[in-house]
Design a protein around this ligand. Structure first.
Ligand code: SAH
Length: 272
């Protein structure tokens, strides 16, 4: 398999084993107690299958999430769908056990392979932007940079269907492992180069990138539906500064809005 191909999703998505040859895979350290969703699209139907006292958190993790969500609301996140998804998604289950006690702090955390899980307020901000002005559940969303899978899980609560693509085989495996205890049926985890998008799932009503290049790849624009939006960090070639950029596709063309400065890992081509 060359570096440019992607693996077609299936439920659960399968990895092309030819890709993994010679690649060190990593199985996420088990988190002591995980919870399981009955219906991923409904926060209210979250069912506990184990006591909700994650190791290192010392008390019910929902209390920590509620505190995090209050903070997000104070920081200006207003979309109830986003706040609800942030309340529902167990961030502590997506980081290594040793970091679980920091999972609800407003901080990015290492997830291995030199990558990080974004801060909760960055995730909430980007997801809110993606759904801005859209009523109900967003149709099909493409996420570039699955990482540990946290943001994909957040998206799964709001989008009808999520395609999330990761270029690092070890992280792709880790995300799959992290997803396992939750029955998230509307999310396809894919291994491949997200710079090429994922044409088989197109058109997307939303495309969100967790890694920043110096331009928005044309493939993303091509795979975006009319009425859809891209939210991505983009690095200015001259200043070297990275900003959040929103691209809206309308009948009459594209509009591009540059927002606040951000710090994301680089968008890289190919797979590893
Ligand atoms: N949303 C993630 C954040 C992961 S960090 C989370 O919740 O954990 C960004 C990720 O983008 C990294 O895992 C990095 O490997 C990945 N990435 C960078 N360039 C990519 C590309 N071209 N295609 C797919 N993933 C890419």
């Amino acid at each position: 398999m060359n570096g440019k191909s992607t693996v077609k999703p299936s439920f659960p998505a399968k990895m092309d084993l030819s890709v993994g040859k010679g690649v060190k895979t990593h199985v996420a350290a088990p988190v002591a107690q995980k919870l399981q969703f009955v219906n991923p699209s409904s926060a209210s139907k979250l069912v506990k299958i184990a006591p909700a006292i994650p190791q290192g958190l010392g008390m019910d993790s929902s209390t920590f999430r509620a505190r995090m969500v209050r903070k997000l609301a104070n920081q200006g996140i207003t979309d109830a769908r986003v706040l609800n998804a942030m309340q529902t998604t167990h961030r502590h289950s997506f980081v290594d056990t040793a970091l679980a006690n920091q999972a609800y702090e407003d901080t990015s955390l290492p997830i291995g392979w030199g990558q990080t899980i974004s801060k909760p307020n960055v995730v909430a901000r980007m997801v809110e932007l993606l759904f801005e002005g859209k009523k109900g559940n967003l149709g099909r969303v493409l996420e570039i940079g699955t990482g540990c899978g946290y943001q994909a899980a957040v998206l799964s609560h709001i989008a009808h269907e999520v395609y999330s693509i990761e270029r690092v085989a070890g992280l792709y495996e880790k995300a799959r492992e992290n997803f396992r205890p939750f029955r998230i049926k509307n999310t396809h985890l894919l291994f491949g180069d997200g710079m090429l998008g994922f044409p088989k799932g197109a058109p997307y009503t939303g495309i969100i990138a967790a890694a920043g290049g110096d331009a928005i790849p044309q493939a993303w624009v091509d795979q975006l539906a009319v009425g859809g939006r891209i939210v991505a960090p983009v690095t200015n070639k001259v200043s070297g500064e990275q900003s959040l950029v929103v691209v809206d596709k309308t009948e009459s063309g594209l509009t591009r809005t540059v927002l606040e400065l951000v710090q994301f890992v680089p968008l890289k081509s190919g797979v590893t």
